[in-house]
Design a protein around this ligand. Structure first.
Ligand code: HEC
Ligand code: HEC
Length: 396
């Protein structure tokens, strides 16, 4: 196999246009002229915060907590409710399910490989897994939990009391440590043995001929590589690629409630609150109008199991996604972002043939290995803190 890689026009453009916006510490102009490449995921290691080291006991506790609905408002909804292992560790509808009585306004992201990402969420609103977990468990349309209640519940579960004591030295479980344990568990949810990884590590038979041709389209005429590159298949930039708004925000009453709630909660202007018809993405963090409807370049890993796609779940198949890119960031009805002035210059009509599209779709499947279905953990039960005899003893 030839090691030559054609440098596509989009990736050349990328090399001159890329300015790392708010990712990381500040604004850094990237003047790297080397064409970006795909790389095996195990060529990098999982970032572990020095104050939250991985231990087996912590990971086991985090796993139970991830599946435990008592870390939520009405004890009916856990992390795993919206990140269901059987739905790609996500939720198989355009918008995620919400807290009872609500629907979410964004597509649920898979947690597989998520902890490699520098920032969490579609628009990077959380700086780490430790910070992401409480915002999920407490957010009004997600877990809607309240710290003191959640902490009190943990205190009445003897197995958790013992585990928090062993892992963190807590006399009684501290809610902040629940998020640390969950983040540790999430750092174990990785997949490094996809056909793509095996191929990149030298197993030429790991990809079909169709997929090998699709890889060439991905890296060449398709220009996908300029954003979906490196071991994560994401350069972690924030980009507006032209995804049109989901009409559900306008047509479905329940979806509209969350849409408006989120505009308000994220500090939208009054003008924007009244008129916004789409998700403004990175804007909510920076309040810069040129950041409207920019989203973090997602990883393409594990996406075989995480349809529908995009921040608002408007595409249900890889075919639709490829058609969207082929049309220069437009859906089948010619709709695009409401902020075309922010649309990335790398997104242009591609002129792919039907064969090239089919090859590209086949290649997208190579970013996923086996489906990661696990046995759900058994959850420990509540127990009263004191027996009747003990209480009588105290009264004396
Ligand atoms: C009601 C559904 C719901 C619940 C409950 C929920 N999530 Fe999420 N999760 C989502 C949605 C939707 C997103 C994308 C939200 C966004 O970008 O604003 C998300 C995003 C994430 C991400 C970001 C992944 C990435 O690639 O950046 C992680 C990690 C995550 N959730 C973990 C958790 C954990 C841990 C819990 C429990 C403490 C939890 N979630 C509870 C729906 C939910
Ligand atoms: C300019 C950067 C850029 C280029 C070039 C690019 N993408 Fe993307 N891609 C993104 C961003 C950003 C998103 C998320 C957009 C959103 O949700 O609004 C995305 C989303 C996706 C998704 C959905 C992932 C998910 O989890 O929902 C797929 C699949 C995808 N791209 C494949 C491709 C393919 C195939 C190509 C080449 C034809 C390509 N991308 C080119 C930036 C890019």
């Amino acid at each position: 196999m030839s090691k030559l890689r054609k440098q596509s026009l989009p990736s050349l453009l990328a090399a001159t246009l890329v300015v790392g916006s708010v990712a990381g510490s500040g604004s850094v102009a990237v003047a790297d002229s080397a064409a970006p490449t795909l790389a095996p995921l195990d060529s990098i290691s999982m970032p572990i915060p020095p104050d939250n080291k991985q231990t087996d006991a912590k990971i086991a506790l985090g796993k139970q907590l991830f599946f435990d609905p008592r870390l939520g408002g009405d004890a009916s909804i856990s992390c795993s409710s919206c990140h269901d292992p059987e739905q790609g560790w996500a939720w198989a509808e355009d918008f995620s399910r919400g807290y009872p009585g609500t629907v979410h306004w964004r597509n649920s992201q898979t947690v597989i490989n998520s902890q490699y990402m520098g920032r969490q969420f579609w628009a990077g609103a959380a700086a780490s897994g430790e910070k992401q977990a409480p915002s999920a468990a407490k957010g009004g349309v997600a877990g809607n939990g309240e710290n003191d209640i959640m902490e009190a519940r943990l205190a009445l579960i003897p197995e958790y009391v013992a585990a928090f004591n062993e892992v963190f030295g807590d006399e009684w479980p501290l809610i902040g440590n629940a998020w640390r344990a969950i983040a540790s568990y999430e750092r174990t949810l990785v997949q490094t043995d996809t056909p793509l990884d095996n191929y990149l590590k030298g197993d030429a038979s790991a990809l079909s001929e169709e997929q090998v041709r699709g890889k060439a389209v991905f890296e060449g005429k398709g220009g996908c590589i300029s954003c979906h590159n490196g071991p994560l298949t994401s350069n972690e930039e924030y980009v507006n690629i032209g995804v049109p708004p989901n009409v559900r925000w306008q047509e479905d009453g329940l979806a509209q409630i969350t849409f408006r709630f989120e505009q308000y909660a994220k500090g939208q202007t009054e003008e924007g609150y009244r008129h916004a018809k789409s998700d403004w993405g990175l804007y909510y963090r920076t309040k810069n109008k040129w950041d409207r409807s920019k989203f973090r370049v997602p990883s393409l890993r594990y996406t075989m199991y995480t349809a529908p796609y995009m921040h608002n779940g408007i595409f249900y198949t890889f075919e639709e996604v490829v058609d969207f890119y082929d049309a220069g960031g437009m859906d089948s009805e010619g709709r695009t972002t409401l902020f075309p002035e922010n649309k990335d210059a790398r997104i242009q009509p591609l002129g792919l043939s039907d064969d090239e599209k089919a090859d590209l779709v086949a290649f997208l499947e190579a970013f996923s290995g086996e489906e990661m279905i696990i046995e759900k953990p058994v959850l420990p039960e509540y127990q009263a803190l004191f027996t009747e005899a003990e209480l009588k003893e105290v009264k004396k």
